[in-house]
Design a protein around this ligand. Sequence first.
Ligand code: NAD
Length: 280
Amino acid sequence: MTAQILDGNDIAQKEMQTIKQSVEERQRQGLRAPGLAVILVGNDPASKLYVQKKRNACHAVGFHSQAHDYPADLPEDTLLNKIDELNDSAHIDGILVQLPLPSHISTEKVLERIAPHKDVDGFHPYNLGKLAQNQPGLRPCTPCGIMTLLSHTSVNLQGAQACMVGASRIVGRPMALELLNHEATISICHRFTKDVPYHVSKADILIVAVGQPQLVKGDWIKPGAVVIDVGINRLTDGRIVGDVDFEQAKSRAAWLTPVPGGVGPMTVVSLLKNTLMAAN
Ligand code: NAD
């Protein structure tokens, strides 16, 4: 078997065209373009790159994008006051604070300060609660993007056996809830799971978000599975690889995401969709 590649760049480009048309339609109706404020604290190179990608995507679809960049020693109160100001702004529909934050700033305090209707990252407990209850709301971007990728495969989620490897707050947990909301049966693996290959081998749908290069080997994978690799790992030779051994997985899976160019672009497009939803 040779897996069909789920090309996130291609799917994201098409989604962005649709978002751009919605922005133009809003403007024809006399409404302003959706506005997204992106806050970056510190100089982490990966965070800077992600933020730049998000800002570029905003421009590409005609959103109003505000950049708020601060030094790493920004006092927590100053950040909270800026969020209050953006919560009250009539030009801003979405607020994103790039994570991770420096250790002197409480991530919980910051995420909970964002007004839930402007929480386009979907990390506020209100929105996570809505997801847990299978109610409409602003959903975390990476799982949302993965749901779009799955809709481009032939897999029927209802009753399917799914395995989520990784249980982080931003990917693994909300992803498992998305799958549950679509009536799949889920096993969730984490660093203390006793036999990860066993759980992986049962999965019709496998999603891996751990952050360990090529952790999942080809022979763990059930033949014909849909494999979504969220991991982004830079090797010492500079190559970027995922959490799944891509070459091995290609001959086992029916569908497979590449790294880069799989989940990453879908995360950005989900942020745009959330911002448009918040504006509407
Ligand atoms: P995290 O460090 O917050 O969580 C990692 C999870 O993996 C934890 O639940 C941990 O228990 C589990 N884990 C660790 N070792 C394990 C093992 N040997 N077996 C099974 N589970 C194990 O990570 P995160 O923020 O969810 O990110 C994971 C990866 O996904 C990273 O490489 C990150 O860069 C990438 N990521 C990509 C995107 C994207 O848009 N493509 C978005 C977010 C994260």
